[in-house]
Design a protein around this ligand. Structure first.
Ligand SMILES: [Zn+2]
Length: 148
């Protein structure tokens, strides 16, 4: 795979961070990722007066991914209001795992890690399918063996 232009991806995250709706925390976040077809998707956090309803930047980013036809995330970065690289929260690690798989490259404050390192032993459809009473689900595109 070609070299990832992390600086450009970070610039996209910084740009979208400026559109964040974060009146309650004052902590705007921007997220951006490269998709396996070359698209770049991005999102910003959107808070709410009911604090628990707030959406992380990754939520909007994954929504853009799926509305644009899906695909696998191959490289991801999130930034704060100081334009500094930040780590994805626990819930968003799960979101990124489902749409990026174990091979997704995540730019962390100390360098690039794979999703498998950021979320070891990630929960996925395999766990669901192991329970007889659970609704059987197809393996998401990003988690299929031939997509990695
Ligand atoms: Zn999050």
């Amino acid at each position: 795979m070609e070299t990832i232009d992390w600086e450009n991806l970070k610039d996209v995250a910084c740009e979208v961070m400026q559109h964040a709706y974060a009146p309650y925390s004052g902590y705007p976040v921007g997220a951006a990722a490269i998709v396996d077809d070359g698209r770049i998707v991005s999102g910003c956090n959107v808070e709410n007066a009911a604090y628990g309803v707030g959406l992380c930047a990754e939520c909007g980013m994954v929504s853009e991914l799926t509305k644009g036809g899906g695909g696998r995330l191959v490289a991801f970065v999130a930034v704060n209001g100081n334009r500094e690289v930040i780590v994805p929260c626990g819930r968003c690690r799960q979101l990124l795992f489902e749409h990026g798989g174990k091979a997704l490259k995540v730019l962390m404050p100390h360098g690039v890690m794979t999703m498998d390192e950021v979320l070891p032993y990630g929960f996925g459809p395999t766990e669901l399918n192991e329970v007889e009473s659970a609704v059987k689900v197809d393996m998401p595109y990003a988690l299929q063996e031939n997509v990695q």
